[in-house]
Design a protein around this ligand. Structure first.
Ligand code: M6R
Length: 362
C-alpha cells in the first residue's frame, strides 16, 4: 500500500527516520549507551573480516570498511559478490565473512556465502528478509528492520544496513579494546540522534525537487566524495542511473584529475558530497577544479561547509552531524534527487526498465 504517496519509492524514502530508529533500537542498548554484541560473534578473536554484496548493499559494505578500520582497527577485505569468489583470495580457513543483502536471495551474494563457508569462515549476514536463504544459511543473521521494500531502487534498506553495520562496528571496537566507554557512548549518541537528523534532512525535499528540474534535462552527471562520502557518491550515481536512465558516475574526489575531469563542461552537473569534516578542504579544492572548467556544482554540505564554499549552482545545507553518521544522512538527498528527476522524466520509478528487485541469476 502506497498510502498517500505517488510511488513506493517516495514512501520508502519518507519512512527512513522511523525504520532506522527501529533498526537501531534492535542493535543498541540506548539507555546504557552501548551496542549489543550479537550472540556468537567474538571480534576480539578475529584478525580479519571479509565483506561482500552487490549493488547498493555493496556500497553499504564500502562505508562499513572505513568504519571497521577506523573504529575497530580491523583489516577488511571487500569486493562485489560476483568477483569475490572468483578472485581466489587466500582465506586461510578463518575469519568472518559478512554478506549484505536486502532480499537475502541475490544469487551472487548467496554463492559467495557458500564459498566463504567452504573455506571455513564463520558467516554473518545483514538481511532485510529474515526468512530468506542468506539469513537461513548464516551463523549469525543481523536483521535490518526496514520492512518490505517494494521499489526496485533500494532506499530504506540501505540506510538500515548502514545503521546495523554502524552498531556492529561499535560492538567490534569495544571488544577489540579500541573504543573506551566514552568513545562508545559518543558513537551510540550520534546514532541515537540520527532519526531526528534524517527527518530534518528530508525537509530539503522542495529544494531538491526544484534542482531535479535541471537534472531532468542533462545527459550525464558526476558525483564526488572522499572517505565515507565516496561510497555515497557511487550510491547517488547508481540511484540516478537506475530510475532516470541518465548516465552518472560516482568517483573519489581525488581521482577527478586522473581522468573524469575531461568530461566536465557546463552541461555536466557535478554533485559534491562534503560534510565539514577533516576531508572538507581537500574536497573543496577538487570542487574548485570543476568550477574552473565551467562545471555546474551542486554542493551537499552542512552550515559550516556552506560558509566556506565558493559559488555553486546549488548548495544543499544538511544539519551538522557527527562524522560517523554523515554517510547515512547524505544518502537521503541522493535518493530524493534521483526520485524527483525520474518523476520529471516520466519513467517508471518503482519498476525501472530492465531491472528486477531481486537478482536470482548469477
Ligand atoms: O537484495 P540485495 O540487497 O542483495 O540486492 C542487491 C542489488 O541487486 C540491489 O542493491 C540493487 O543494486 C538495487 N536495485 C539498487 O537500488
Amino acid at each position: 500500500d502506497k498510502g498517500n504517496y505517488r510511488h513506493f519509492m517516495a514512501k520508502e524514502i519518507a519512512e527512513q527516520p522511523e525504520v532506522v530508529g527501529h533498526t537501531l533500537s534492535h542493535h543498541l542498548d540506548m539507555s546504557a549507551g552501548r551496542a549489543r554484541v550479537p550472540e556468537g560473534l567474538d571480534f576480539a578473536a578475529l584478525d580479519r573480516l571479509a565483506i561482500s554484496a552487490c549493488g547498493t548493499a555493496f556500497y553499504a559494505g564500502l562505508v562499513a570498511r572505513y568504519w571497521f578500520e577506523k573504529y575497530a582497527r580491523m583489516p577488511v577485505d571487500i569486493d562485489i559478490a560476483s568477483e569475490f569468489r572468483y578472485r581466489e583470495p587466500p582465506l586461510n580457513g578463518g575469519g568472518l565473512g559478512i554478506l549484505i543483502s536486502q532480499s537475502g536471495e541475490t544469487a551472487d551474494t548467496l554463492a559467495t556465502l557458500r564459498h566463504c563457508r567452504q573455506q571455513g569462515m564463520q558467516i554473518a549476514s545483514v538481511v532485510n528478509v529474515p526468512t530468506s536463504t542468506i539469513a537461513r544459511e548464516s551463523d549469525v543473521a543481523l536483521p535490518t528492520l526496514a520492512g518490505p521494500e517494494i521499489g526496485v531502487a533500494s532506499t530504506k534498506a540501505f540506510t538500515c544496513q548502514l545503521a546495523t553495520l554502524a552498531s556492529l562496528v561499535i560492538a567490534a571496537g569495544r571488544a577489540r579494546g579500541v573504543l573506551g566507554a566514552d568513545d562508545e557512548a559518543e558513537l551510540v549518541g550520534a546514532l541515537i540522534e540520527l532519526p531526528r537528523l534524517m527527518a530534518e534532512t528530508l525537509k530539503l525535499e522542495p529544494q531538491i525537487e526544484e534542482l531535479a528540474r535541471t537534472f531532468a534535462k542533462v545527459q550525464d552527471a558526476l558525483y564526488l566524495g572522499r572517505g565515507t562520502s565516496y561510497p555515497i557518491a557511487m550510491e547517488g550515481a547508481l540511484k540516478l542511473k537506475e530510475i532516470s536512465y541518465i548516465h552518472a558516475e560516482g568517483y573519489a574526489a581525488g581521482e577527478l584529475k586522473h581522468g573524469p575531469i575531461a568530461l566536465v563542461d557546463e552541461k555536466v552537473p557535478v554533485v559534491v558530497l562534503a560534510p565539514f569534516d577533516n576531508l572538507f578542504e581537500k574536497t573543496v579544492s577538487n570542487m574548485q577544479e570543476v568550477a574552473a572548467r565551467g562545471g555546474k556544482i551542486v554542493l551537499v554540505t552542512d552550515a559550516a561547509g556552506a560558509e566556506h564554499a565558493g559559488e555553486t549552482l546549488k548548495t544543499l545545507v544538511l544539519p551538522s552531524a557527527h562524522p560517523f553518521v554523515t554517510p547515512i544522512l547524505y544518502a537521503l538527498p541522493m535518493q530524493l534527487l534521483a526520485y524527483h528527476t525520474a518523476v520529471f522524466m516520466g519513467t517508471d520509478v518503482d519498476q525501472p526498465r530492465n531491472l528486477a528487485k531481486s537478482v536470482t541469476v548469477e
